[in-house]
Design a protein around this ligand. Structure first.
Ligand code: AMP
Length: 154
């Protein structure tokens, strides 16, 4: 359990914790791989969220997942970019969260993921919580804790 004072400080800039869906680059599960390839390359994100036409979260896609599908025995078959869609190669086993302010859960999950997808109870995509924003909160907390609390050795 995280101490409630620490928890409170980690959530000081609560409004920055989640990047809302409207500001997050996504691709549709039915988009061709060449579209996803372009978005990932141009936006320079390692991995992005995949949604469907009802704005439901469906998975994540990265450049590595795409190139893996393009690999032939001896070359990269670029023509396959038009033959497959995002849903054919995306990852579907990444953890999602429903509460962007559950710092305890986020800290655990962001050890292995660079961001977490936030969904509602019907799997609608709400936004992402990134390792970067959480690290900023940790940085603020460890540098300012003694401004708010007196620390005593046990
Ligand atoms: P950061 O911690 O800011 O480096 O973000 C970690 C990862 O979250 C990035 O590599 C992307 O995969 C994803 N990400 C961050 N911001 C966005 C965004 N605005 N749109 C899409 N993906 C994002």
């Amino acid at each position: 359990m995280i101490d409630q004072h620490l928890q409170q400080m980690l959530l000081t800039n609560k409004q920055k914790f989640m990047i809302p869906a409207s500001l997050v680059a996504t691709v549709n599960v039915t988009n061709s791989l060449d579209h996803a390839f372009l978005v990932l390359t141009k936006d320079r994100y390692a991995k992005i969220v995949v949604i469907d036409n009802d704005n439901r979260y469906r998975g994540l896609i990265s450049l590595a997942m795409i190139t893996d599908r393009l690999l032939d025995t001896r070359r990269i078959a670029v023509n396959r970019l038009q033959q497959f869609v995002v849903g054919d190669v995306m990852q579907t086993d990444a953890p999602t969260i429903t509460d962007p302010f559950d710092v305890e859960e986020n800290l655990h999950l962001l050890i292995d993921q660079s961001f977490l997808t936030v969904v509602d109870d019907k799997q609608h995509f709400r936004g992402i919580v990134t390792r970067r924003e959480l690290l900023k909160a940790v940085n603020y907390t460890v540098h300012n804790f003694d401004h708010f609390y007196q620390i005593q050795d046990k």
